[in-house]
Design a protein around this ligand. Structure first.
Ligand code: CU1
Length: 156
């Protein structure tokens, strides 16, 4: 009787542990956290978006030390082929628009501009992505778009 109860408790505990692990894995796979600093890079510079996710969230954290006016970063998701035009239109839109042209349909998702110590997040529907298309994320802050880039892929 006592053994049965211990066994039942152990099975229950294992079940809860498994459920927690599954929950964590699911939560993690539909979310990516990227760090930026005073180097003009994203860490990491690649994101896999599982097709099983309904929505995907990107969290951006700026850990640099330079003032925001000199070293700000955002995260802008586009099709790779649109980079030059989207970056050019963002530069024209200027700082007041976080260097993203308002209403730009080529921009799939973007965060606000972050300075040192700041974070920003954006959530977008995964159905906005198409398998086989090359996606790029970049920072649209002045002068950063040619180098501050990463790749994003929809994975089965
Ligand atoms: Cu940047």
């Amino acid at each position: 009787m006592r053994h049965q109860s211990i066994y039942r408790s152990a099975v229950l505990a294992a079940g809860i542990a498994l459920a927690c692990v599954a929950q964590a894995a699911r939560a993690q796979s539909c979310e990516a956290t990227l760090a930026t600093d005073d180097t003009i890079r994203f860490h990491p510079a690649h994101i896999d978006v599982p097709a099983s996710c309904t929505d995907f969230t990107v969290n951006l954290t700026h850990t640099g030390r330079l003032p925001k006016a000199a070293m700000a970063h955002n995260w802008v998701l586009i099709r790779k082929a649109d980079l030059v035009q989207v970056a050019r239109d963002g530069a024209l839109a200027g700082a007041d628009s976080d260097y993203v042209m308002p209403g730009d349909k080529r921009v799939i998702a973007h965060t606000g501009m972050t300075g040192r110590g700041e974070s920003a997040s954006v959530t977008f529907p995964v159905k906005a992505l198409t398998a086989g298309v090359e996606y790029l994320f970049f920072c649209s802050f002045t002068g950063h778009s040619p180098v501050m880039q990463g790749t994003l892929k929809l994975t089965p």
